[in-house]
Ligand binder design. Structure first.
Ligand code: 5GP
Ligand code: ZN
Length: 114
């Protein structure tokens, strides 16, 4: 989608600190990190949110989770633990409407969310 921020990152039109890339998924650091590790995992193709991506392409849903697990290992938080977040829709607090998983770790995270 031409007016989508994360599609622009996929195309390379907007720079990002990329930590993982395949032909189907990519991961890059969040521009406003909320934890010492804060990486976004996205599908290369545009889907509006993670559940929609998984419904449209179940293998892609699994690939997003696998990429998140790989990021957690690469970022050194797999053993200490981390949180995967898929903010979805207005009440979910989603601000970028291209599917993305947040990988958050590197400190103890509070629960419940606000
Ligand atoms: P959401 O609020 O939709 O769950 O998450 C969107 C995330 O994208 C936010 O955490 C925000 O900081 C991040 N973000 C917004 N614009 C950019 C950008 O231009 N580059 C990167 N790397 N992250 C961004
Ligand atoms: Zn997009």
């Amino acid at each position: 989608m031409s007016d989508c921020l994360f599609c622009a990152i996929v195309r390379g039109d907007i720079p990002a600190d990329v930590v993982l890339r395949t032909d189907r998924v990519m991961a890059f650091r969040d521009i406003t990190p909320q934890a010492p590790v804060h990486v976004l995992v996205i599908p290369v193709d545009h889907h509006p949110d993670v559940p929609s991506a998984a419904l449209a392409d179940p293998v892609l849903g699994a690939e997003l989770l696998q990429a998140a697990a790989q990021v957690a290992v690469a970022e050194g938080v797999a053993d200490t633990g981390y949180r995967l977040v898929a903010n979805t829709g207005s009440h979910g607090g989603q601000t970028v409407h291209h599917a993305h998983l947040h990988v958050l770790g590197g400190r103890g995270l509070t629960w419940p969310p606000g």
